[in-house]
Design a protein around this ligand. Structure first.
Ligand SMILES: NC(=O)c1ccc[n+]([C@@H]2O[C@H](COP(=O)([O-])OP(=O)(O)OC[C@H]3O[C@@H](n4cnc5c(N)ncnc54)[C@H](OP(=O)(O)O)[C@@H]3O)[C@@H](O)[C@H]2O)c1
Length: 382
């Protein structure tokens, strides 16, 4: 029986993870969950899964939960996520909160020498180098990727050795605006941007998919997780989202992972790794019904997310922190109808251009750069 804590249990990844656990209660036990604003869903999850530990976003939420569940061990706020990760009595920490708020909790999970099922890609983007230093120090800790592309690479890599890899080939659906010209993106609405062609996900990552920033973040995440140079990380548009990514080895053999586009697959794999468990939810993938798998180059002139990520990733140090913070704020401004879709790119570009790179010697530098970038954008785009 593996004991699991889910940070972000009320989100898209979190609810998918609970569905995996609901179908394998003899294998997994939820001992901790966290939500932010969705109090009602968090209450439902507490009643169903009976965790020992719960974290909620606000002090008011904390007080209400305390009245309703006096025996629970409760936490709140960002500090609460950290405290939840520091508990000794668990095996896997699923980091499924959205945004850089996941960094501190992941760091604590590593210091606690636990297995991190990493969905929160922003952590690896903003703090990848720091996380890798920690992993060298806390040798029992490990990261199992949950992002479908990185799970695919992680599985495909097992066919060879890291130094035998020629290229990682990350696939992308292309997002909801694939094939559109820049002029057509000028006035797109939030509802249009939130219609993802294949995956059902939270709002932030769905917007990131439509700008291709998500794919850019995944390139940096892949560099951090697998240590492959940026020039050897390629991106291909694959609209069917059946091949979740591939690894090309030096002998030119390519190993790919295919599957239904549903996050329950990589979540289950991260929970059961290094073993595999019969899937209780899905039937086999019907390749005859899918019939064709197609590929195309991304349109980097219109969708600039990849360009920014390669620039930030290759510069390294604090630049990926800026990319991540700028994108988070820009997407939030777009979702709150404060800026247009294309202004997301403008904000990222300006933030990158104005940033003076610093060496990351500790986590406080990451936090300071993150904060400064957010404040600059907020004061310039109201
Ligand atoms: N969804 C996918 O298919 C997918 C695939 C690959 C990777 N990922 C990554 O997984 C992470 C989660 O994505 P998602 O789509 O599941 O997001 P989501 O549906 O928006 O859920 C986010 C979760 O984080 C909580 N949260 C939000 N802001 C918070 C804060 N400031 N402090 C503490 N908790 C906070 C939310 O709580 P409330 O809902 O209670 O407010 C919710 O539980 C992201 O990093 C994303 O890039 C997602």
């Amino acid at each position: 029986m593996k004991k699991i804590i889910i940070l972000g249990s009320t989100g898209s990844i979190g609810t998918n993870a609970l569905e995996v656990i609901r179908n394998a209660k003899d294998k997994f036990q939820v001992i901790g969950i966290s939500g932010y604003k969705n109090y009602e869903l968090l209450v439902e999850q507490i009643e169903e899964f009976k965790p020992q530990y719960v974290c909620i976003g606000t002090e008011d939420g904390y007080k209400s939960l305390k009245d309703k569940f006096p025996l629970l061990e409760l936490f709140y706020g960002e500090k609460g996520l950290v405290e939840l990760s520091q508990i000794k009595d668990y095996d896997i920490l699923l980091t499924a909160v959205s945004g850089a708020v996941g960094i501190d909790a992941t760091v604590e999970g590593i210091k606690n020498e636990k297995t991190i099922a990493l969905a929160n890609k922003e952590t690896m983007v903003a703090a990848g180098e720091y996380i890798n230093q920690l992993l060298k120090k806390y040798k029992n800790a490990k990261i199992i990727p949950v992002d479908s592309e990185h799970s695919a690479i992680f599985q495909s890599i097992q066919a060879g050795k890291i130094d035998e890899i020629e290229n990682l080939i990350i696939t992308a659906s292309g997002g909801t605006f694939r094939g559109k010209k820049k002029e057509e993106l000028q006035n797109v609405t939030i509802d249009q941007a939130l219609k993802h062609p294949t995956w059902k996900m939270g709002k932030k990552i769905t917007i990131d998919s439509s700008t291709l920033v998500n794919k850019g973040l995944e390139v940096i995440e892949a560099h951090g997780l697998f240590g492959i140079c940026y020039d050897n990380i390629k991106v291909l548009i694959h609209p069917q989202s059946i091949i979740h990514s591939m690894v090309e080895f030096k002998d030119k053999n390519i190993i790919a992972q295919l599957g239904i586009h549903d996050m329950k697959l990589p979540i289950q794999y991260a929970f059961t790794y290094p073993d595999r468990m019969a899937n209780p939810i899905f039937n086999s993938l019907d390749l005859v019904k899918i019939s064709s798998l197609t590929f195309e180059q991304p349109d980097n002139d219109v969708f600039r997310g990849l360009e920014f990520a390669y620039i930030a990733g290759k510069i390294g140090e604090t630049m990926p922190v800026v990319l991540n913070a700028a994108n988070e704020v820009a997407v939030d401004l777009f979702l709150n109808k404060k800026i247009s879709f294309l202004t997301i790119y403008e904000i990222i570009e300006k933030s990158i251009n104005r940033h003076k790179i610093q060496k990351i010697t500790d986590i406080d530098i990451i936090k300071a750069v993150d904060k400064e970038t957010r404040e600059w954008i907020k004061s310039n785009y109201k």
